[in-house]
Design a protein around this ligand. Structure first.
Ligand code: SAM
Length: 238
């Protein structure tokens, strides 16, 4: 692929993400910062502890895919002070919110929709995380194939994401109980709601497990969270 093709892919992805994030990137970044604790809550921490077997002293390489403003990388640095930590992100408004980082943390700008074999060396990563990234990708297989090359044998990939749910349960949650007969609910709001539904309900949890095993990974665990609206999955490269 030529440089100019990669550039146009990155720009297309950035434009898609800005629309997906509601058209206001700065607000999306603010919300991501505000929801950091909730999206890395006790369920997530327990799942991480169960499947990531690294001592706090380990010299290892951990990667946060779709790292947003990079807060989880800072959490990881507290926990694994000897680790090399890399975030991957491509939305300018998320990157703008990244504070000054310690030397151990690096954020690389890359489009995870594309094949990126050169981003990390083969068999070099200990753990990779994708927390609510996968539903934002055009397709996840390129990333899963790349991860299979980048992770060391025995390396772990943790995936957390929204999964398919019945439309009624989605609408009840999104509209916070408002009735569909409510005349203040406009066509514009309904259109945005249905677009959002399609983009956040792309995969059943089983689909994600199947895609990962079809890409060569061994399933360690798949756990339903948020009353079935999301899943956390751990896989291992054999
Ligand atoms: C829902 S946010 C979650 C951010 C962070 N992981 C967290 O849990 O707070 C998803 C992030 O993935 C990034 N992202 C989505 N598609 C991407 C792509 N193709 N390449 C790189 N980053 C991407 C978005 O810009 C966004 O920052």
């Amino acid at each position: 692929m030529t440089g100019s093709q990669r550039m146009s892919t990155l720009e297309t992805t950035q434009a898609y993400l800005e629309r997906h994030h509601g058209g206001d990137g700065a607000l999306a970044a603010k919300r991501t910062l505000e929801s950091h604790q909730r999206n890395h809550d006790a369920h997530f921490q327990a799942f991480w502890n169960q499947h990531v077997n690294l001592s706090s002293e380990a010299t290892c390489h951990l990667v946060d895919l779709g790292c947003g403003p990079g807060l989880f990388l800072k959490d990881l640095q507290q926990r694994y002070p000897n680790a090399r930590l890399t975030g991957i992100e491509c939305a300018p408004y998320m990157l703008n919110q990244v504070d000054k980082l310690p030397d151990a943390i690096q954020i690389k700008v890359a489009d995870l929709n594309t094949d990126l074999p050169e981003l990390f060396a083969v068999n070099s990563l200990d753990v990779a995380l994708a927390n609510r990234l996968i539903h934002e990708l055009h397709q996840p297989v390129s990333l899963f194939r790349n991860l299979f090359h980048w992770l060391k044998p025995g390396g772990v990939f943790i995936l957390v994401d929204m999964v398919r749910q019945p439309l009624k349960s989605y609408l009840t949650h999104e509209l916070k109980g408002a009735s569909l007969t409510d005349s203040t609910l406009t066509d514009v709001q309904l259109l945005a709601t249905f677009q959002h539904y399609l983009e956040h309900n792309r995969y059943h949890s089983q689909d994600l497990c199947d895609l990962l095993t079809m890409c060569g990974f061994e399933l360690l665990a798949s756990e339903s969270i948020r009353s079935g609206r999301a899943v956390q999955i751990a896989v291992r490269k054999p």
